[in-house]
Design a protein around this ligand. Sequence first.
Ligand code: MG
Length: 267
Amino acid sequence: MNSYSVHIFDLDGVIYLGNTAIPHAIEYLNHLSIKGDKVYFFTNNSSKTRLSVAEKISKLGYTTNEEQIISSSSIANEYFATKNYKSAFLFGELGARNALFDNGIQIINDSIPLETILDNDSIKCDIVLAGIFRTATYSHVAAASLLLQRGAKFIVTNTDPSIPIERGLFPGAGAMIKAIETASGIVPEIIFGKPSPIGILSLISNLNLPETNFIMYGDRMDTDILCGYNANISTALMLTGAMTREDANSYPFKPTYIYNNFLECMQ
Ligand SMILES: [Mg+2]
C-alpha cells in the first residue's frame, strides 16, 4: 500500500456498518494521514449532504471535511452545472435535492400535488432524478413513471441494490429505481454513482497526479471495484461488507488486492 498516495474509500461495509466503525478502519485512515497521504471517501448514498457524511466519519474518530467526500450527488451537481435543465421530478432525498436546487432546477413536486401530476397529462418536466427515497409511496413511483412516459429524461444517482446495516440488507437506490423502470419500461439514461468512473476521473484530473498513485477500496465488486477498474486505477476488495472471496471470483474483472481487514493493509 506504500506505493499509493491517494486512497479512495467506499463507506458502507468498508469504513462503517450503520453507525458502527468497521474494526481497524479508523486506525488505518489515521495511519495514512500521519504518513501524509490523501484520503477521500466515495459514497453512492444520495440521501445525505457531503457535510453530514464528513461529520459522521469525524464522529467515528477520523477528522475529515466535505472536500474529502465524493458523492453521487456532488457528481450530479457538477453535471447539472453543464446542462440547461429547467424542471425536474425529484424521487429522492436531500443530497439529490441540493444538486437540483444549486443549479436552479425547479422541483415540480414541491409545488404540484402528486394527484395532480397523475391526473393531468399536460404536466411534464425535463428530467426525473431518482435515488434512494425512504419515504417514497406508490404515487411517487406512479408519477415518476408517467413523467418518463411523457418524455422526461431518466437520470439516477446510483443503482446499488442494497445497503448493508447491522441486521442485514436494506433496499438501496437501485431497488427503488427498478420499481420505476419496471412500471414504465424505461431504463435510466445517466447514472452518476459507482461503477461510473466519472467521480474518480475528475479527482485524478483535479489533483493532477499519475493514476498509478490512486487506489480504490470497496466491499462490492459490481460498484466499487468495477468503478476503480473503469477508471484504470488499483483496487482493494475489503471482505468486511457485502461480498466474500468466492463472490469476487465470479466476476470477469479482478480486484488488485483482496483483504480481510485493514490490519492486513498496514502490514
Ligand atoms: Mg459498500
